[in-house]
Design a protein around this ligand. Structure first.
Ligand code: SAH
Ligand code: SF4
Length: 355
């Protein structure tokens, strides 16, 4: 089957219904096909017992049904699991499954969060990030995005109910495929994760933020800020040369106008670079402008990079300063550090060793 053949798991319900109509089949077949594809996870069209042969053959001719190959699964002590997927062209991407206990109103609930990749590598070259080190290889297809979730569920036996686009790549630079994936991920016949439990993280592609604001579902947005002035941000994020803070903030005005969910500002703390308390004050000011909350992340060591994380006592001081500015602020204690699965550590080791 040609590489260009679309995957059945890249078809939204609307697309599948249109295809059925074009091929002279009744619309109710869409639900039956979805059950085989998503619920039973069939590996061959012949397993679709209530689908007539002619329709099965037409599906086979037009859509691939290959499962995404799981090349490796690594578990960490804190039960964070990293999945390494081998793509059809031999490239690799990773997803990380992070179980979390969240205490809500005194009741402990267990959430399974999956951190998914949106590209192989990344073009934006942030100076602290492992994914950015090698540049961009290619966008992931819609099917490759959604199948990370399917396969992580299959292999862990856990239902994923929270999704973050914080793995490899910049989701806003692959927006058409990401939006198509969102239609599939949120549909109850397909993956069925509620839009409010899905967060897209971006380094600040302002025009794409405006586009995403028009997407009808209430997904969440996290902005990788990492600097509260252009000067500080530009040292570590080349993307800031293209879209300055004020331009990014204008796109967030549009976002806030259209979306009910609270924004998050992600802020990595790097010793001596962006951890000055002046930055904390300005960060609080920016967060207040949008009613955003702040997530502080002590920098994770990346092999080959010489940045350092500040002392925990300094991170806490920085946090107190942002809180003093009236902003809800968390200081992240990373999970998965011991398997290089913490955010920013996803890297194409396999691919490197092959090339
Ligand atoms: N490209 C998108 C999404 C992927 S990066 C973005 O930049 O938002 C996901 C998150 O991991 C971002 O907040 C990113 O800044 C963070 N990250 C990257 N490298 C890191 C590191 N070394 N330590 C801690 N967080 C890191
Ligand atoms: Fe790309 Fe995000 Fe890494 Fe920056 S932090 S290089 S945008 S993946």
């Amino acid at each position: 089957m040609s590489k260009l053949t679309p995957h059945i798991k890249s078809q939204s319900l609307t697309a599948l219904e249109a295809w059925l109509a074009e091929h002279g089949h009744k619309p109710y077949r869409a639900k039956q096909i979805c059950e085989w594809v998503w619920k039973h996870q069939v590996k061959d069209y012949d397993e679709m017992l209530n689908i007539p042969l002619a329709l099965r053959e037409a599906l086979r001719a037009d859509f691939s049904l290959e499962h995404l190959e799981v090349a490796e699964v690594n578990g960490a002590k804190d039960t964070t699991q990293k999945f390494l997927f081998k793509l059809e062209d031999g490239r690799f991407v990773e997803s990380v499954l992070i179980p979390a206990n969240i205490g809500k109103g005194g009741v402990q609930s267990s959430r399974q969060t999956l951190c998914v990749s949106s590209q192989v590598g990344c073009a934006y070259g942030c100076k602290f990030c492992a994914s950015g080190l090698l540049g961009l290889t290619r966008n992931l297809t819609t099917a490759e995005i959604v199948q990370q979730i399917v396969q992580a569920q299959n292999h862990s036996g856990k239902r994923i109910d929270n999704l973050v686009f914080m793995g490899m790549g910049e989701p806003m630079a692959n927006l058409p495929n990401v939006l198509q994936a969102l239609d599939i991920i949120t549909h109850p016949w397909m993956i069925g994760i509620g839009a409010r439990h899905i967060t897209l993280s971006t380094s600040g592609l302002a025009p794409q933020v405006k586009k995403l604001a028009m997407y009808p579902q209430q997904v969440r947005l996290a902005i990788s800020l990492h600097g509260a002035t252009d000067e500080v941000r530009e040292q570590i994020m080349p993307v800031n040369k293209k879209w300055k803070l004020e331009e990014l903030f204008e796109s967030l005005d549009v976002w806030v106008e259209h979306k009910k969910q609270r924004l998050t500002f992600e802020y990595i703390l790097i010793k001596g670079i962006n951890d000055d308390l002046e930055q904390a004050k300005l960060l609080a000011k920016h967060a207040n402008r949008f009613g955003a909350k702040v997530n502080l992340i002590p920098y994770n060591t990346v092999e080959g990079l010489e940045w350092e994380r500040p002392a925990m006592s300094h991170c806490q001081k920085f946090q107190r300063e942002v809180i003093a500015g009236g902003v809800t602020t968390t200081l992240r204690i990373e999970k998965g550090h011991d398997i290089n699965a913490a955010c920013g550590q996803l890297r194409l080791r396999k691919e490197q060793s092959l090339s």
